[in-house]
Design a binder for this molecule. Sequence first.
Ligand code: 9MG
Length: 284
Amino acid sequence: MILKARQHEYRFPRPVLVMGIVNVTPDSFSDGGKYFDTDSAVAHALEMVQQGAEILDIGGESTRPGAEPVSEDEELRRVIPVVEKLAGSTQAALSIDTMKPAVARAALNAGASIVNDVGAGRSERKMWEAVAEFGAGYVVMHTPVNAAGMHEKPDYNNVLKEVGEFFTERLITLLNESGIASEQVVLDPGIGFGKKVEHNLQLLAGLGSFTKRQRPVLLGVSRKSFIEKLTGAKLNERLPASLACAILAVKSGVNIIRAHDVAETVQAVRMAEAILQQSNVERP
Ligand code: 9MG
């Protein structure tokens, strides 16, 4: 299985890719405001590369519940200088976390290679046109409703089945209608987006049903609020649970883990991979 994202090509199986989160926002749910200016965001991103991040996911609009929508101009003002500076200073692949086609296109022009679209192109086909034109990687993340309502919590008869059907439908539409090659596509079940705690747990337990689809699977669980609902852990106490999810995801064959705590995540997934490599050893 290959993932092509402009100049980057990843052949799987290979060690899990850790995608470091770069929030250029004053209000992200986790590290809002800390890296809001260009220089701090770039410095933080480069530190994550030192810690083992092979992809950096740069976002200028928070997707946390209740976050203020950001205008296109403001989002461009936040993220494009960061993408430009990073493109000139790291070999890591740059991913742009946006639902706006114009922001995606400007970021691709500035050197990004992946579009992380939590709206999965629902609003406008222009997103897909930009991805196809640049040969960029494209993260198709599941949200059950339109982007504006992504934190409503609908009921599912079978969340694994419905997310699987969403991927099938998106893959067919993308491949047939937009000129995006299957090798550019990454699937993401969208943990925490329009899901209750039990749906998140069912998806995490059933990740293997997505990893057998011959497309890389990305998982984002880092510090998410369902962890607090389940364990009571406040925002800055959620690393152990985030790592538990990451390790189980590695066991299920997930290929990319999106994380705030890159050093810890890299260490945990490398250890999990080393143990899994021994699983063929004959047992007495
Ligand atoms: C932007 N963002 C927040 N959470 C995410 C997740 O789980 N996956 C992806 N692809 N993006 C996310």
